[in-house]
Design a protein around this ligand. Structure first.
Ligand code: AMP
Length: 555
């Protein structure tokens, strides 16, 4: 492989498909096809002895070997109790995802004739802390440096914004209906910034749910035709078969008014015709849910002063269903734009990754120029380096081979918001347990919040912090409406009185990753608190997973 220009990939790690893009020598985002010459790779993993097969072959193998094939792994990211068992070994969700990443990066290396170690991965805006951490771990297990995890709708907006060279100001709704997730995001695009205003959605609503409705319809039709009430989905072969036929017919119905489907089970063959009107009827409530979630997000945006929007762009493969555009047109009286559904997220991630790399290059050069440590440098746009900026841009242009014009284009600010609220379990004045939110959903990130809590009893030795994630937009919420994402323990000095102040600080960074620290105020002892969670591989288990991954061949 050639030692040429350092390539950083943008990867759209989707529930059903994964795609990869990079920035070519002209500064344009380009999708990198896989070795099967396809622009998208099914996010499906087939365990075949010591070899891990990913993609189309794995998807097709699901019929023959349903127990050896894993699909929709994205839905299990960050779940503490998910494991897949194969050959007496267990695999966590992030390990399965790491195989998908290895396959697409290896293929990109072949296609671009380059060694690639640097990636940016996208995730639904809706992902919480554990899902994001698990996504980052997947990249690390695969052996790559994950420079950032960015939100899919933000990536789509970056790709969309980059098409408009003049970048007139507009507020855009990104309606992203993928294979397994639905994200709705309001984004403000300006000449020098892309700012996420508000985000909402459901990470268990996507094309797969439409497929499941078709599967249920087919089961019913089979039962009617054969006069039985057998649950044919109990047969894994039939189940896989129906799932594949359902997805295929759903796609056909995006083009035609009806489609024939053949159901074979237990030696019986039943021919069914699925009409588009019937398909729309059995999936109508799913579509309505996306409309309700859109309204909920718009209400949140209105509270922040954003009462209207200019455009709706549709991304995600499932937005190809004509019912989506029709319903949006009817509900919001705007003509939605279908924007590059399969490719926009990966391309936006590639643009973002490239900007990140160029900015890092500028900072490195700026550090050399000023004699400062790279770590202590602020972003150069902040004014400090204005005098030498042109010289630095020229240097980075020479370092990277991109034009000075391209380098200048990278100076765009990208602002994001917290997609969830984060707090701790505390007691209110009535001594009831509540979740006190230090970071409230849709707050701009990075954000730091500090709150002082009092110790509960005399001589308290430890404070156990229960870190909670929730959807509430208020400062406090009922613990029943929140999930515990981890715990942390703060050791206290002896002899403290009741109600001794303990200061807890939450920092949510640009990637939506959470750091926590606590200070016991009498001794000013600061502790960085490691979030103890079983939802993501860490410590020794992570080391083992990395080793095991290296010993496996992925094709
Ligand atoms: P994504 O996660 O954005 O790649 O979206 C994948 C989802 O889009 C899957 O559920 C696909 O079945 C669905 N999809 C792709 N193409 C079409 C189409 N032409 N009509 C309906 N759904 C589609």
């Amino acid at each position: 492989m050639s030692e040429g220009k350092k390539i950083i990939l943008g990867i759209d790690l989707g529930t059903t498909y994964t795609s990869v893009a990079y920035i070519d020598e002209y500064g344009k985002p380009v999708i990198v096809p896989n070795t099967e010459n396809q622009n998208i790779t099914p996010s499906v993993v087939f365990f075949d002895g010591d070899t891990i097969v990913v993609g189309e072959v794995a998807k097709e193998s699901s019929k023959l070997y349903p127990n050896e094939v894993v699909s929709f792994i994205k839905r299990s990211m960050g779940e503490s109790d998910y494991v897949f068992e194969y050959d007496g070994k267990t695999f966590r969700a992030e390990e399965i995802s790491s195989f998908i990443l290895r396959k697409v990066v290896q293929d990109a290396e072949k296609s671009l004739d380059a060694q690639i170690k640097d990636i940016v991965i996208t995730c639904p805006a809706y992902f919480g802390i554990n899902e994001r951490e698990a996504t980052k771990r997947a990249g690390e297990i695969a052996g790559y440096q994950v420079h950032q995890i960015i939100n899919e709708p933000t990536a789509a907006a970056i790709a969309y914004g980059s098409l408009d060279e003049n970048r007139s100001q507009k507020t855009v709704l990104v309606y992203d209906l993928g294979g397994g997730t639905f994200d709705i995001t309001m984004i403000d695009i300006k000449s020098d910034s892309i700012e996420v205003i508000c985000t909402g959605g459901d990470h268990n609503l996507g094309g797969k749910d439409w497929d499941d409705r078709v599967v249920a319809f087919l089961v019913q039709e089979f039962q009617n035709a054969t006069q039985t009430d057998e649950d044919i989905l109990e047969d894994p072969d039939t189940c896989q078969d129906l799932q594949l036929s359902a997805e295929r017919s759903k796609k056909v119905l995006s083009q035609r008014d009806k489609t024939p489907i053949l159901i074979t089970h237990g030696g019986e063959r039943v021919k069914v015709s699925l009409e588009k009107t019937k398909f729309e009827e059995i999936t109508q409530d799913l579509l309505e849910r996306t409309v309700t979630l859109t309204h909920e997000m718009l209400e949140e945006a209105a509270k922040k002063g954003y009462e209207k929007f200019d455009e709706i762009i549709l991304v995600g493969g499932s937005s190809r269903m004509p019912q989506v555009s029709e319903r949006i047109r009817q509900e919001f009286s705007v003509e939605p734009k279908i924007f590059d559904p399969d490719e926009s997220v990966a391309k936006g991630a590639a643009i973002f990754a490239w900007k990140l790399a160029i900015q890092k290059g500028l900072i490195k050069r700026a550090a050399e120029k000023t004699g400062k440590q790279v770590e202590s440098m602020d972003q150069y746009e902040d004014g400090e380096l204005d005098d030498v900026l042109e010289e630095l841009e020229q240097l980075v242009s020479e370092d990277t081979g991109y034009s000075v014009e391209d380098i200048k284009r990278t100076a765009i600010r990208i602002r994001n918001v917290a997609s969830k609220s984060f707090g701790v379990v505390a007691h209110n004045s009535n001594d009831e347990e509540i979740v006190y939110n230090l970071i409230v959903k849709n707050k701009e990130v990075p954000v730091t919040t500090t709150k002082i809590f009092g110790t509960a009893v005399e001589n308290q030795e430890v404070v156990s912090i229960q870190i909670m994630e929730n959807e509430s937009s208020s400062i406090s919420t009922n613990p029943a409406h929140a999930v515990q994402i981890g715990t942390a323990t703060l050791q206290l000095p002896p002899g403290l009185k009741t109600d001794t102040p303990v200061e807890i600080t939450f920092v949510l960074n640009e990637e939506g990753r959470l750091q926590i620290s606590a200070i016991e105020k009498t001794e000013q002892k600061k502790v960085d608190v490691d979030i103890d969670t079983k939802a993501v591989i860490q410590g020794e288990d992570l080391e083992k997973a990395i080793k095991r991954s290296q010993s496996l061949v992925v094709t």
